[in-house]
Unconditional design. Structure first.
Length: 302
């Protein structure tokens, strides 16, 4: 929907801005044989890989897929298994498509910029572009070519050869960047076409379904916030003797040292039976202990 398009556009814009800042402040080609390739590929690939992982991690569907459990009462049949596999593949493709926005944008922008590519492959330029000193050895030729990304290291007599090599590599890098953009755009368009062709829903029905899922998630999140707050409030009231935010508090409870120790520390989910968990130490204390102990009266007019 529109939200997805807007979110992808924002991610792409932020990635472009981050790439420009990253290049300006951190990129400096070593201009040394054997190091250029590693350095250039590291700047091309590592940020893209990190952005891909972050894209997976920030997508709620990833965690739905990882943490999803099959209901115990659901019969495992061949048709159910096939449907489950189709659903998993569809969700994986959807997650991957969203996660690829940032890394593909990074790769495209860096290739169009050309600096990383020039640094990485300058020493591998074909020999016929290096006509200024044809009598040098292959290792010496590679060493000199590796210095071409750094103009201040190039001898004056090789300036013209250096300019030709840089133009060639920039051309190759920019063509690769635009080809990557074209391939991605065509792939996205064909994917949407195929998904629409095989969808059992009509166009308007699909729009209604998308709106329903969006509204259901919003309402569920609101209900989750309110339900968890009301549920936690019962346990907090049992511990402290009053409801947070109440204006007419007549008495408060003074927890004992043992009770403070019982709710302090580190804890995760604790399974209490087949269907229920304790969510915290305070939750566990509230379900097990009686709210007895010392109470202190509060004067309404101090």
């Amino acid at each position: 929907g529109k939200e997805v398009i807007i979110a992808n556009a924002i991610i792409a814009i932020l990635t472009i801005g981050g790439q420009q800042l990253f290049s300006f402040f951190t990129f400096s080609c070593p201009c040394h044989v054997g190091q250029n390739l590693i350095y250039g590929l590291a700047f091309l690939g590592v940020p893209a890989l990190i952005l891909l992982i972050v894209g997976y991690a920030l997508n709620n569907q990833t965690w739905r897929l990882v943490m999803g459990k099959r209901p115990h009462f659901e019969r495992v049949t061949a048709s159910n298994r096939l449907l489950k596999c189709k659903l998993v593949c569809f969700v994986l493709c959807s997650i991957t498509g969203r996660a690829l926005v940032a890394p593909v944008t990074w790769l495209a922008v860096t290739l169009i910029n050309g600096s990383y590519y020039i640094c990485a492959v300058s020493e591998y330029v074909p020999v016929y572009y290096y006509e200024a000193a044809p009598n040098v050895t292959a290792s010496e030729r590679s060493r000199i070519l590796a210095t071409f990304p750094c103009s201040h290291l190039v001898p004056p007599e090789l300036t013209r050869a250096r300019d030709e090599v840089i133009l060639l590599l920039r051309y190759q890098s920019q063509v690769a960047g635009w080809l990557l953009i074209a391939v991605v755009v065509i792939t996205v368009f064909l994917s949407y076409c195929l998904a629409s062709c095989f969808s059992p829903l009509s166009f308007l029905h699909f729009r209604y379904w998308s709106s329903y899922v969006h509204n259901e998630q919003e309402l569920f999140d609101e209900a989750t916030e309110q339900h968890s707050r009301l549920y936690a409030m019962q346990h907090v009231r049992k511990f402290f003797g009053f409801v947070p935010g109440s204006e007419n508090v007549k008495e408060i409870r003074i927890p004992s040292l043992r009770e403070w120790q019982a709710i302090s520390g580190l804890a995760f989910l604790k399974r209490v039976d087949e269907e229920h968990y304790d969510y915290s130490l305070l939750h566990d204390w509230a379900l097990k202990e009686r709210a007895s102990g010392k109470y202190l009266r509060i004067d309404e007019d101090p």
